[in-house]
Design a protein. Structure first.
Length: 95
């Protein structure tokens, strides 16, 4: 199993609609990305969030599936509009 964790610091130009759209788009990966077992995303409520106010967790069957996800057209479409709005952090590990 391979775990992908991510967090976003939203840039000032990101609207509440952008944030809702991002969550919806990320959750739509469920059942659409080969090898993706599950995905969770939403506001980061930790008091120690260091400014990362949105977080998510994806579970993949293995690292190869996670690697394939990075180039999947649905993921690329999300990145196209999302990347200019965020300062991301990612954590990946095999479990």
């Amino acid at each position: 199993m391979f775990i992908h964790i991510f967090g976003f610091r939203w840039k000032p130009e990101a609207t509440e609609a952008d944030k809702a759209r991002a969550k919806e788009a990320i959750l739509a990966f469920r059942g659409a990305i080969p090898g993706l077992i599950d995905v969770h995303a939403g506001p980061n409520v930790s008091p120690r969030n260091a400014g990362y106010t949105f977080a998510g967790l994806m579970t993949f069957t293995d690292k190869a599936a996670a690697d394939a996800y990075t180039t999947h057209p649905q993921h690329q479409a999300l990145l196209e509009w999302l990347v200019p709005l965020i300062d991301p952090v990612e954590l990946d590990f095999e479990a």
